[in-house]
Ligand binder design. Sequence first.
Ligand code: GUN
Ligand code: FE
Length: 425
Amino acid sequence: MQPKSFVLKGNVCYSVSPQEVSVTESGYVVCVDGKSAGVFPELPEKYADLPLVDCGDKLVVPGMSDIHIHAPQYAFRGLGMDLELLDWLNTHTFPEEAHYADLGYAGRAYDIFADDLRRSPTTRAVVFGTMHVPATELLMDKLEATGLSTYVGKVNMDRNGGENLEEKTAQSAADTRRWLADVEGRYDHTAPIITPRFTPSVTDELMAELSDIAHEQGLPVQSHLSENPSECGWVKELCPWSSCYGDAYDHFGMLGEHTVMAHCIYSDETETELLCSTGTYVAHCPQSNAQLSSGIAPIRRYLDLGMNVGLGTDVAGGADLSMWRCMADAVAVSKLRWRLVDQDLAPLTTQEAFYLATIGGGSFFGRVGSFEAGYEFDALVLDDSGIRTPRELGVWERLERYVYLAEEGGRLVRKYVSGREIDLA
Ligand code: GUN
Ligand code: FE
């Protein structure tokens, strides 16, 4: 059993608001029983007996939460990046996901995914599996073994999946109940999440059934919303009764503070108001939105409205697991949106992107993404000495350039989730 109470000494940074980062040079962040006891410039006497990990001149920041990622799509990331959403799903994604009926293939693929996620800056993730129950349980077993904290969903899809990736309505609901019964009590830090793929994949009948399950069992929900113009047009045809795409979920009670909706690029006033009033989380996935030519979500507006927003890699719409790249992309696309679409919505700053990656998405998991006392102790220790410069940089400047240059010379040297040290080998 690892010690769950200890102290890290280093250059500590965390977001106190979207605009403000707290910086303590050569400070102490204290973990007591897996939770933060706060950040201190000098170590308080009462913690003097705890084991101390001296991180020297390294940076210490909260862990990152990737609140939208597809585990089965990790196998074909970087391929087929030249199509828009609906063609990309039919040409690349659905055929790949159909392979997960084969548990041998699923095991090989999910070993790679779990291994790479373990070594990434991500400490928590909200994950899509496939519609297959055995493969989804295998994915949960492998993620549990990493020590990370995750929500994982068996995907539901009872229409428009083609021959090999479609369930019968009653079977989809029954499989979901069987899966939930199987995994109940099986894990310490891996939990199920109800996962209707998106409205075009799920009939009204199945959506109602999934909502009953989510409410009966108090489970969170994840799906996709307003990602692509053709998708939005299709939902209007499929649900002519809805006031907006978001209403096609809200009508069944699927929105709320325990729901993540990926994308929300084309949300109109009605839909934005619905997301805002229900406290639904928006997963902003800037790399995916660029690669699939989807568009640019108005994240500045969502932040101004005080909405819940985090970041997602959306692999394989995004090619890459890196939350650093995700932050840099969030800033970059917001600048293009400001320049080309709407000068009333200022670009995101790097501080705001850091907030979204840590506490923004982390709060979906509870008190996560900060070092303020009482938060789960999720932390990264970063060595930036390989990013060379003759300049003397302050601590925030070092973290700022780490966001943009992590892949060049940054090195993640330690990672903790609720005080558990994750094996990075
Ligand atoms: N909408 C429905 N399914 C998917 C998916 O797998 N990826 C993305 N980006 N959007 C979707
Ligand atoms: Fe997605």
